[in-house]
Design a protein around this ligand. Structure first.
Ligand SMILES: [Zn+2]
Length: 113
């Protein structure tokens, strides 16, 4: 797979500075001048999403540390986009039912411990 230009985010883990294995860097999604990559560090196990944007002015990249693995990255990239209305409705539900939500989370934690 041709990953295009190699940027520091694509070669070294930003958390522990370990060198990524070549197979750890995956192109998840590609559109016009934007590419989404995911990599997993074999040393510290952190995942990283990063967007690479190519424009006439050059190449820029933004990375985000994640606990998502490579299969999560593909699943998320193929999922429908969350709308602003869905975000607002979720916020309202959480705000109105925060006591129940917290209690449910505490109950789940008790079952996992
Ligand atoms: Zn690492």
């Amino acid at each position: 797979m041709n990953l295009g230009p190699m940027l520091p985010l694509m070669t070294h883990c930003p958390m522990c500075k370990a060198l990524y294995a070549e197979e750890a860097v995956k192109l998840v999604r590609e559109q016009a001048h934007v590419k989404l990559y995911h990599s997993t560090c074999r040393t510290c196990k952190h995942g990283l999403f990063y967007y690479v944007v190519q424009s006439e002015g050059g190449i820029s990249a933004v990375g985000l540390i994640t606990d998502a693995c490579g299969s999560d990255a593909i699943r998320l990239a193929e999922s429908p986009t969350i709308t602003a209305d869905e975000c607002i409705n979720t916020h309202r539900i959480i705000s109105k039912q925060s006591k129940d939500l917290c209690q449910n989370l505490l109950d789940i934690r008790g079952k996992l411990a």
